[in-house]
Design a binder for this molecule. Structure first.
Ligand SMILES: N[C@@H](CCC(=O)N[C@@H](CS)C(=O)NCC(=O)O)C(=O)O
Length: 225
């Protein structure tokens, strides 16, 4: 049995949930995968048991049946993408894969990561873990916003970032924009294309739409058989 430890609303674990949803898979419905919810506010990621699996004390974390521990969201998503479902959301050929990788990294390091830094340096809930520099929060939000014109132009005339096909790059950009709301960023006020993208992704992967997205993707996969 494999085990995936996650905190559902947190951005890095959310990558795994949405990646599987895009492939028509409900994370709670995988026969050989046990999902364990970790409550960060109760410091469940600092228990002795969790620390032994991931000394970095972060989620998501995954253990495989041979005891291998994966303690990074990208590694876990690569694993899940290859092991479950048909179409890869990381890209189906070498060029598409490289393009998805480039877009995903920019979305992650320029958008999501900067909003995470802004949150970590401003939220009282992170004061114990982070040596907070409050001024850094505003600078991090500014840096995330500075990257947005790049995505605004990539989305001109396109529904998705790469090859007009939903990919992991879209998922990470959406999670980044959505997480920004926690530091009062408004995802629909930074360009028409980004606003359209955010609304469409939110309808698919927000709390209300995700179940029907899974159903639809599952039906599409079955009709390809
Ligand atoms: N590089 C790691 C970072 C994971 C990470 O920072 N996760 C956050 C939740 S999104 C976490 O576990 N935070 C623990 C804490 O804030 O105490 C990954 O992508 O998996």
């Amino acid at each position: 049995m494999k085990t995936l430890y996650l905190t559902r609303p947190a951005p890095n674990p959310r990558k795994a949930i949405l990646l599987l949803a895009a492939k028509g898979i409900d994370i709670d419905d995988i026969d050989d995968l046990n999902v364990v919810d970790i409550d960060l506010s109760k410091k469940e990621h600092y228990t002795e048991e969790f620390n032994a699996i991931n000394p970095m004390n972060t989620v998501p974390t995954m253990t495989l049946s041979d005891g291998t521990a994966l303690n990074d969201s990208q590694a876990i998503c690569e694993y899940l993408d290859r092991v479950y479902g048909e179409r890869s959301v990381m890209g189906n050929d070498v060029v598409q894969r490289a393009k998805v990788c480039a877009m995903r990294r920019i979305a992650e390091f320029e958008v999501l990561y900067n909003f995470m830094l802004a949150f970590q340096h401003s939220s009282p809930s992170k004061a114990e873990r982070i040596d907070q520099v409050p001024e850094f929060a505003e600078k991090s939000i500014e840096r995330a916003i500075k990257a947005l014109p790049y995505f605004e132009s990539a989305l001109e005339g396109h529904e998705y970032l790469v090859n007009d096909q939903l990919s992991f790059a879209d998922i990470v950009l959406y999670i980044g924009l959505d997480f920004g709301r926690i530091v009062k960023f408004k995802p629909t006020e930074h360009g028409d294309n980004l606003a359209r993208f955010y609304k469409a992704m939110d309808a698919k992967f927000g709390e209300e739409g995700i179940k029907s997205t899974i159903k639809k993707a599952k039906a599409e996969n079955n009709s390809d058989d």
